[in-house]
Design a protein around this ligand. Sequence first.
Ligand SMILES: Cc1cc2nc3c(=O)[nH]c(=O)nc-3n(C[C@H](O)[C@H](O)[C@H](O)COP(=O)(O)OP(=O)(O)OC[C@H]3O[C@@H](n4cnc5c(N)ncnc54)[C@H](O)[C@@H]3O)c2cc1C
Length: 804
Amino acid sequence: MKSHVQVAVIGGGVVGCSVLYHLTKLGWPEVVLIERSELTSGSTWHAAGGFHTLNADTNMAALQGYTIELYDELERISGQSCGLHHVGGLTIATSDERMDFLKAERAKHRYMGLETEIVGPDEIKRLSPITNVDGIIGALYDPLDGHLDPYGTTHAYARAARTQGAEIHLRNRVLELVPKPDGRWEVVTEQGTLKAEHVVNAAGLWAREVGEMAGIYIPCHPMEHQYLVTDDIPQVYEHGKELPHVMDPGGETYLRQEGRGLVLGIYEQPCELWAVQGTPWDFGHDLLPENLDRIAEPLEAAYRRYPCLESAGIKRIISGPFTFAPDGNPLIGPVPGLRNYWCAAAVMAGFSQGGGVGLALAQWMVEGEPSRDVFAMDVARFGDYCTRPYTRAKVRENYQRRFAVSYPNEELPAARPLVTTPAYGIWKAQNAVFGSGYGLEHVNYFAPPGEEPYEVPSFRRSNAFPVVAEECRAVRTAVGINEIHNFGKYEVTGPEAAVWLNRIMAGRIPREGRMVLTPMLSRKGRLIGDFTITRLGSERFQLTASYAAQAFHMRWFLAHLPSTGVALRNISLERIGFQIAGPQARELLARVTHEDVSGTALPFLSARQMDVGLVPALVCRVTYTGDLGYEIYVHRDHQLALYEALSTAGRDLGLRSFAMYAMMSLRLEKSFGAWMHEYRPDYTPAETGLDRFVNFAKNDFMGRDAAMAERDRPPERRLATFVVDAQDADAWGDEPIWKDGKVVGFVTSGGYAHYSGKSVALGLVPREMIEPETRVEIEILGERRPARLVTEPLLDPQGERMRA
Ligand SMILES: Cc1cc2nc3c(=O)[nH]c(=O)nc-3n(C[C@H](O)[C@H](O)[C@H](O)COP(=O)(O)OP(=O)(O)OC[C@H]3O[C@@H](n4cnc5c(N)ncnc54)[C@H](O)[C@@H]3O)c2cc1C
């Protein structure tokens, strides 16, 4: 074994081998993989080997597409067969909601270049004659679906990596990981110690244990999973050609052909967590005891769906564990708080996702960032709130919902409430309908008095629609109050604070008492944050950005923080408060403070410390609603006192609570983009219009070269606003935009702008299309709805309200 390497990949399952292969492919040959036993000794060896592209997240779906297309290349380079069966697959719908879901998926696939299609019961019967089509409305057919040999595929990755210079050490457990002051790791193994510049935790079932070796918790947990393999079935082998996969989400099963019989896998509701105390080191090529009682119900449904199963014997039952993150997506990337410790864990569909995970992680390590936005699988999408019990509750929920329809407006109930602000009780008393993001409870909207505070999940306009309209109207015509807890907040102080911010932010740094909006860019000029910077003193700043991006942003900040001169604190839960917005907002503020808050004394984008009611507060003249408004920040201990002052003073001004949905509606009629919708690492400043906040006069800031290049050569696509002739469903995000019978772009987010009374979509389209009144069609739930492009916000295009 070498004593020094660039990378030590820990774990020889399909994921570790894929990471190893991609590192060598991108030109890092000094890499080793260390495997405790033989390759495939975790979840990998007993997998059913199915692969598919379907994933609610478009970038995940694209990476799954990449994985599937990679197998031919792997076979070629390694000379090892992956045992590929490209048989195609059907995901069937037995309810209108699921059909809507499949249509929405199909629509996304159009601009992703995936050739899926919606088929009816006759076609389903033709493709899969063993399927009883009673009750089936239709299906999504994906020609890329198929299955493979897990053992052969893992070895193909390994061989291809070896061909390109990697080393693999088997029967050698990693025992300890010791961080060194120079950022390297001492990797203590059964066969000796080596120094690695980077380590990758690809330990699958043991990812938690290999995390603990570095003192961190990797939020994932193994679940038990069973599939049956049947004896030969005449209807199967007499069919003449291999049958396609059939996913029956309503029945919670997946089915494929295996030789002359079938494999039937089950995601059952009474599912079981495995190895709660930790994965035993002596577990390897082992199976778990089968439990037919647990899967009795879905089995019965499967016998009805595939009647030929009734006469078939069961050859074997495979019951094995595999690992999930709380939301079911992988955990990849640099682990926050550690240097050079990377994660490639919780990959629950190693044969659909393993290639994409390996590629993205290797790009991140070798090139500094992945080539596409991988936030959906970034380990930093979870933060400290993510405890072990939280993970377990969410993992179980996720397993149970593996085949559930995912509605865009759905809030999942497990492990809640987890994190709350002091105002939680106030909102609850007002009949709030809560959502949860990054562990924190936030209000989506307020249900009418006497009504159950529950939003019915739907692809169409929900029962929230009329009440959100009222909340919007209150803001635009009187004044609304809303909690500003959905911001991540950071305090940056010190003699070098301004210099540092100037370097990591692309925009201007404000003078004292002022605020600016600025993008934060990656080295390659991609958007990794849209920040508001408030300067509280010559050496004191408050930054605000997305609450859900806290670990993501802190990781970036800490990686670029100088060793002296700048102090950084995450104050997201410490400094909270409310925003008040609407034409009466100034009057309301004036009633609760003795300070002069007139337009001249406290103009737009200015900030001042003052007493509000009984408590000291930071008042910032800005709101995301696009109206006259203020964000008022206080210490969390003072939040209730602040509420008391504002609510009492606002009583006769028409003050009304409003929440997240209303805010998202109000920002749409202002064409304001939102983080992870319009602004995300897939896009650049010039594509999204954030270039207007880039200070090109600065001669040194992160991402400057890329931003300058874009200024000289504008990108091909650009963000635009559309007014959609929608019916009972608005665009949500990811819908294709059609022009002259071709897909020319896609929606980044959409919804109903209640005050303007219009359905609005924001989306990226070719820049030459950006002319007023350009006519397009936006495909919503399989239906192409007419839409027209508007080049000005629907409300107050000159911004007079917010500057009033
Ligand atoms: C019954 C069942 C059916 C499945 N069907 C499918 C399917 O059809 N399609 C699909 O895509 N996925 C399927 N899966 C999931 C799939 O198996 C996993 O996604 C995949 O195997 C994960 O691979 P991995 O490399 O991350 O982890 P693992 O396979 O668990 O590999 C981790 C490796 O790390 C090694 N290791 C751990 N700790 C150390 C250490 N300290 N030192 C050295 N080595 C170490 C282990 O020995 C092991 O070999 C199924 C899973 C189960 C249980």
